[in-house]
Design a protein around this ligand. Structure first.
Ligand SMILES: Nc1nc2c(ncn2[C@@H]2O[C@H](COP(=O)(O)OP(=O)(O)OP(=O)(O)O)[C@@H](O)[C@H]2O)c(=O)[nH]1
Ligand SMILES: [Mg+2]
Length: 461
């Protein structure tokens, strides 16, 4: 066990704001001594690990601040791996601040954002991908994001590559050994086996890279913009999707001027829906500003629901409108609205050349018909043929950068092996592959990566 920290830190670990109970965590070598100095009850220096004690927090002049419960965790069996004391107070902002002040006046310093988890990582309690999972778990808002976070916390991502990386490390050591015997022209590392191993790793890395799109959508939500001409029924559609009257609807074209944004959870995946101002030649300055904003949102969207009035649409116009959106056709879902106004037999097929393969979803936003089919196709756009299962894992943007570099290096190493490059060059290549794979779980790290990961935490985690 590495205990790196010599100082003791403390912070509020429950939410800011009045609540029934608020909890303060103290971690580090002085946590028991200092808690004992402000706690009237059992001698905390003498109690066993994982025990709970009732008592009072008392200021130096004898004034009682609160009646509390104190939990004691002794190193290394705690979240951080250090001695940890957690004080459960009544959740008054005044009490919590005063107890913290008392702790800080005894020489303990406030914990920085993510510092408890950073210490947990330093003390070998978790790897970096698991530390990231703690942040994801706290941020999870849907079943899917929760599942991905839990699987990553269980070591899902590390386990995918750790074993193969370990074998590669052995190969790397053998090749280094060959360098020591370079004059004798010996070959300890079987080049055929090494090449197979590299293939296995690259297969695994490719599967992981494929999981990024899904992971990103599930963790961060999917920006979905509802666009179209004025009066197409965009706001009516937003309301139908949400099941509430969120946006103003009227038969006056140009009703929506600013964007209206709402979150919606569809089968465990979070979507950020944005209703926008109808796209047309603006009639006044404010409408022009609204339309400019519509285009900004369309540019940022992962999915565009292009809504048109199925009864009143000329298909040539529709084609120009879609081209004007200037987005990847793959991200568009065509929504033929107001289907209630035409008979089944008259439902026209869209004949837009580059969208030919995409058939529109016919809905009536007003009568809430076709909404569940539309939701299904929105979900399909995100998940494709993937689905969130009990054991699903998905990488994040940091893992992706590292794994993409690893894949490039694997390709170079394979080339080096095929072209019979010198042993020292192969050794060098292998080190680079190992480096990039090691970044994912944190065997290899640097200050920039750590700052990036732990800076995303809130204070107290
Ligand atoms: N018959 C019928 N009318 C609809 C349907 N959807 C919307 N409407 C009507 O069409 C008109 C325009 O609806 P909105 O939802 O305000 O249209 P919009 O696209 O948001 O319009 P702007 O905000 O002006 O761009 C309203 O009178 C709605 O009641 C539908 O499915 N069927
Ligand atoms: Mg509208």
């Amino acid at each position: 066990m590495n205990i790196h920290a010599t100082d003791t830190i403390a912070a509020l670990i429950t939410g800011q704001g009045t609540s029934a109970i608020g909890q303060i965590r103290i971690s580090g070598p002085d946590s028991l001594n200092i808690s004992n100095a402000i706690f009237k009850g059992q001698n905390l220096n003498k109690v066993s690990s994982h025990s709970l004690h009732f008592g009072k927090i008392v200021q130096s002049d004898g004034h009682i601040l609160d009646e509390v419960l104190v939990s004691v965790f002794r190193s290394p069996h705690s979240y951080t791996g250090e001695d940890v004391v957690e004080i459960s107070c009544h959740g008054s902002l005044y009490i919590l601040q005063e107890v913290l002040n008392l702790i800080y006046s005894n020489g303990i310093r406030p914990a920085e954002a993510g510092e408890f988890t950073r210490r947990a990582w330093l003390n070998g309690k978790m790897d970096l991908s698991q530390a990231e999972a703690v942040a994801d778990l706290i941020a999870s808002e849907t079943k899917a994001s929760h599942l991905l976070a839990i699987n990553q916390l269980k070591g899902g991502i590390r386990n995918e590559i750790a074993e193969l990386r370990a074998i590669l490390l052995d190969f790397s050591a053998l090749i280094e050994l060959e360098l020591d015997f370079s004059e004798e022209d010996v070959e300890f590392a079987d080049r055929g086996k090494l090449s197979n191993l590299l293939d296995q790793i690259s297969d695994k890395v490719t599967v992981l890279l494929d999981s990024f799109r899904l992971g990103n959508a599930v963790r961060n939500g999917v920006q979905t913009v509802i666009a179209g001409r004025p009066n197409a029924g965009k706001s009516t559609l937003l309301n139908a999707l949400l099941g509430e009257n969120r946006a103003l609807v009227s038969d006056i074209p140009g009703t929506t001027r600013d964007t209206v944004e709402e979150k919606l959870n569809i089968d465990g995946v979070l979507f950020h829906f944005v209703d926008t101002a109808g796209l047309r030649e603006a009639r006044d300055q404010v409408e022009a500003m609204g339309i400019a904003r519509s285009y900004e949102k369309i540019k940022e969207a992962a999915i565009v629901l292009y809504v048109y009035d199925v009864q009143n649409t000329n298909f040539n116009e529709l084609e120009t409108d879609i081209l004007d959106l200037n987005v990847d056709p793959e991200s568009i879902i065509m929504v033929a609205n107001k289907s209630d106004l035409i008979s089944e037999a008259n439902k026209p097929e869209t004949e837009i050349a580059f969208l030919k393969s995409i058939s529109p979803i016919h809905i009536s936003a007003k009568n809430e018909e076709g909404i569940s089919e539309l939701k299904k196709s929105i979900l399909m756009k995100v998940l494709g043929n993937q689905s969130i299962q009990e054991d699903s894992i998905a990488i994040n943007a940091r893992h992706r950068t590292a794994l993409e570099s690893a894949l490039q290096e694997i390709i170079q190493t394979k080339k080096a092996l095929l072209t019979g490059l010198t042993t020292d060059l192969v050794a060098q290549q292998l080190k680079t592959v190992l480096y990039h794979l090691g970044l994912v779980s944190g065997e290899i790290t640097n200050d920039q990566i750590l700052g990036h990961i732990f800076g995303k935490f809130c204070i107290g985690k």
